[in-house]
Design a protein around this ligand. Sequence first.
Ligand code: GLC
Length: 552
Amino acid sequence: MRNSRNGWWEDAVIYEVYPRSFADADGNGVGDLSGLRARLGYLADLGVDAIWLTPFYPSPLADGGYDVSDYCAVDPRLGTMADFDGLVKDAAGHQIRVIVDLVPNHCSSAHPLFRAALAAAPGRPERDRFIFREGRGPDLPPNNWESQFGGPAWTRVTEADGRPGQWYLHLYDPSQPDWNWRNPDVPALFEDVIGFWLDRGVAGLRVDVAHGIFKDPDLPDVQAGQPLNGPSPYRHRPELQALYRSWRAILDSYPVDGFPGSRTAIGEVWYDQADTLRPYLAPDGLPQVFNFQLILPDWQAAAFRGAIDSALALTSGSRAPWVIGNHDVPRPASRYRLDEGYTPEMITRLIALGDQNAEHGAWRARAAALLLLALPGSAYIYQGEELGLPEVTGIPDDARQDPRFRRTHGESPGRDGCRVPIPWDRTGTGFGFSLTRDGASPAAPWLPQPPEWGRYSVGPQLADEHSFLSLYRAALRLRRDHPALGRGTLRWLDPDPETPDLLCFAREPGFVFAANFGAAPAPLPAHGEILLASGPVTSGSLPPDTAAWLSG
Ligand code: GLC
């Protein structure tokens, strides 16, 4: 049987694993595939349907593995291909599917094809797989594009004769040259990569920088004042849609008989307005794109309602799964301390806040988790969200790894604070992040954990029915069993003018969601039982920054 147009992914809860920070099996302080394999039972008990692994491929790690030097191999520091196959097999045993990351916009400057391009003379076919151009004048790059990590998006190479020569494009770090998707070798290479991983039994692909990839062939300057994520010479190009149709055809050519069922692909598309997503949602395009609508609004009921409505006006949550965080944005438990929605700059304000308001952010993140899991469609959880991990703001400069920190000369602290290794135990080196043999002491984790990290660890949270982890586990269990949750629709319950801070919707059959975004307690809407609440709900009243799941 060929792929039907709907699949398991339409209401799946998918857990994002950042492998170097999840669990370390060999005690070297860096997470690996065996560590993840050893913790699959935890994920099964949590109740997720699939995991998405960020890159685990050979890489110089200039951008946490998003600088890939071999697309069809496992970084030896993280394991072997046999470990990967074992992971897919063990995960299937737990009814967990595996999604891998595809990084098609750029590779690593250590990739053999980029090395070949550098070794070749200007104008040779090897160079045409990347975007090499002459400068606009002495020491002037070909255009004014800026790298997403700061500084120019062009780097000049030294030619074989030792003289400065052409420039190559890198929308990210100089160690991440952009592929030229107009050269037929490039789509052919990626079709092979996609086939390679699908043949190994992965259930889908997460497509990195899916809004990028194609550039305006004239490489015109970017005009001043363009919105950060709006259409531009290198974002949301119309050529993308034919590419995604071709990838959809590959996905659909895989049989759905038996596990893991139909294959999905989810594009990382950053946008200025939800409407920008529209072309990506063509019926024969990528099955899914991320929906960042719960990350972007200010902490206000009306702003959240507007954000949810603008996503649902375009498509169902089945095609645009909901998220409240990922490895690129500050942790929700810290981010929601501020009343404003996410911007790349907010990390600096969070650092300035120090520990202030920490509880406040945590309550809001618990409420946001119940919202995330009550909305129609699919949802992603980033590792550690279920533990309520805060953003780590005190990483010393010399321990920071994110290229954004380096490229902005420290002006932006970067994204390391949401990538700090997971605490599994209350005490010990690495708080149980590294499993060791024979009682040997493990190496310190690759990013330093703060001293209070043990407070958030899995062990004690499992034993505490009021913990973040217990809330997530209960929500995922209920979501699995309740006929109103998962795919479907919602109906807003109009706010009482007296309580504009209350966000309420109903789902059929018999489910009501309510969240209080205000500073004063608000009355619960009419309901039967309280199924689950993110905080103490008493005598029909919802405290500030609290959400509840109710029977209707
Ligand atoms: C995506 C990834 C991010 C990475 C960037 C460049 O946005 O999520 O972590 O730095 O692409 O690959």
